[in-house]
Design a protein around this ligand. Structure first.
Ligand SMILES: *[C@@H]1O[C@H](CO)[C@@H](O)[C@H](O)[C@H]1NC(C)=O
Length: 293
């Protein structure tokens, strides 16, 4: 490299740095490509990069499903991606998008699971929250659109006040921090971001009655617009009261009136299962489900 070239190169690096810094401050940190933030964790051969690495295709066939994970772990933040689910007959398949602390003993986990269905029957979106090792908090909604016809945005907001699951910016579930009432809240362990596509026809569709029709395989799901904004390890001690952590800001500490109305609309019109009201499983109502909490 000649001297001029080096100077040019250095200037370019500085310019790029300034541009990047400016974007980080004013907008968000969307990675340019899938591989920037994620790596494949299960079956390379079943994940294909599209659009120069900006989107990916997950494949499920009789040999395997597949999965990917974020390279970093985060303590609080917001993750979001656009997903287009398996069209047509997807019964028995599960597409999952979740955060997980990866600690078997005391697991924290926030789950989105998309449960497939027979052609024309609605997908169910199951959410679950594990806090300090305890899960069994499933809720299900049926979506108000066909999630296989187009991409829709699925996000998880996680801060010191609550965890909120969103579908196209509409809150579908809120798990509040009620630690002061003795209810566990995921707060001290960082979590990675994961996704998998796999067969689960022993339970997923109509409780396992509907099996995968392998004559329809392979099954495809698509992902794009990966966006993780969170506090990354190893700077855990900086993950509290950091003014640049916008997800902790006043506007994100509770649902505003519009979001609250939308949330009630989802729960009144689209909720199909709630562990809170499942008396067979929970003869005693779990404390986080009690009114006023
Ligand atoms: C699948 O469709 C059936 C029939 O409409 C419905 O009862 C069920 O909730 C749907 N979802 C799943 C995951 O079984």
């Amino acid at each position: 490299m000649t001297h001029t070239c080096t100077i040019f190169f250095n200037n370019l690096v500085v310019t790029l740095f300034i541009i990047k810094f400016a974007t980080l401050v004013v907008t968000n940190a969307k990675p340019a490509t899938f591989l920037q933030d994620f790596h494949i964790t299960w079956s390379d051969s079943h994940i294909k990069q599209l659009d120069g690495g900006k989107a990916i295709q997950l494949l499920l066939d009789q040999n395997s499903g597949c999965g990917f994970a974020s390279k970093s772990k985060y303590l609080f933040g917001r993750v979001s991606m656009k997903i287009k689910l398996i069209p047509g007959d997807s019964a028995g398949t599960v597409t999952a998008f979740y955060m997980n602390s990866d600690t078997n003993e005391i697991r924290d986990e926030l789950d989105f699971e998309f449960l497939g269905n027979r052609t024309g029957q609605p997908y169910s979106v199951q959410t679950n929250v594990y806090a300090r090792g305890k899960g069994d908090r499933e809720q299900r909604i049926n979506l108000w659109f066909d999630p296989a016809a187009d991409f829709h945005t699925y996000s998880i907001l996680w801060n010191h006040h609550h965890v909120v699951f969103y579908v196209d910016e509409i809150p579908i579930r809120v798990y509040k921090n009620n630690e002061d009432k003795g209810i566990p809240f995921p707060k001290i362990q960082p979590m990675g971001v994961y996704s998998t596509l796999w067969e689960a026809d022993d339970w997923a569709t109509r409780g396992g009655l509907e099996k995968i029709d392998w004559t329809k395989a392979p099954f495809y799901a698509y992902y794009k617009d990966f966006d993780i904004e969170g506090c990354t390890v190893p700077n855990l001690e900086q993950c509290t009261n950091n003014p640049s952590d916008w997800w902790e800001g006043a506007g994100y500490q509770h649902l505003d009136p519009v979001a609250g109305r939308r949330y009630r609309w989802v729960r009144l019109n689209h909720m199909v299962y709630d562990y809170c009201t499942d008396k067979q499983r929970n003869p005693v109502t779990p404390p986080e489900c009690l009114a006023g909490i």
